[in-house]
Design a protein around this ligand. Sequence first.
Ligand code: ADP
Length: 278
Amino acid sequence: RIAMLVLGVIFFAVIIAGMVLNTIFLVREIRRNERQDSFLNAVTHELKTPIASIRLYLDTLQRRPLEESQRQEFYTRMREDNDRLLATVEQILRAGEAGAKGLQRNAKGRLPVDVRALTQACLEETLRRHHLAEDAVKMVDDTAGADLRVNGDADSLRTAMLNVLDNAVKYSPAGVHITAELNTARRGFVILRFIDTGMGIPPGQLGRVFHRFYRVGGNASAKVKGTGLGLFIVRAIARNHGGDASAQSYGEGRGTTITLQLPLMPAGADTKAARKVS
Ligand code: ADP
């Protein structure tokens, strides 16, 4: 009798556990759909605005005889809208890539990426991209030669670093000074800080700069062109690697620090893999 009772209890426990798991799965699915919807709405809005604006300029050009100077101004505005569209599309493609890669790739699809070497390569690429003098960037390595490999996707990590570095250049109109600092102060993680001396971020908006399409308004940075997707992508990539991204700033005009934290590969992880292969 007791045995029957125990069996009955186990049976019910299994059924209830199944129901709970099912509900958790359903709720997750609903949340994911909601996130995708709001992303789509934001993307649609971001694409429609410049398209509608170009349309308006074209209509005016076609309907009204305009002075040459005015026509030239309209062409300039249309070119700017066109550039904004292109930049948005490029960023959306990158955002899609970051999300898809991170979510779909399992740990097996990832490879060891040397964060030290990648940081150095991205600093050099930034110098080339923006035609900067060599002393505009420097690297401070406080890791005492530690092994800085993370299990990840080199392309998306490169995208994340270049997004941060492009911002550091864009939002430093008075001259670019970027320091990339590496340390292992958090156990099992590599901490990578990109410190600039640019216009900074108002303290109240530090958390929001990682939100989709969020741009700081009402100060000098509103004049700089951008889509508000760069840091969103950076955080998505960091989180997809089991890490995170955060921003620090000491007020407007006092520079910005963007910190990436990425989990290091456990020591000896690849030796085990090597043993399995051999
Ligand atoms: P954007 O395409 O507008 O640069 P991001 O997502 O990369 O979009 O950044 C969001 C906002 O955060 C920017 O609009 C800018 O106001 C602010 N920001 C980002 N990086 C910096 C920085 N290094 N210095 C100052 N402001 C920054």
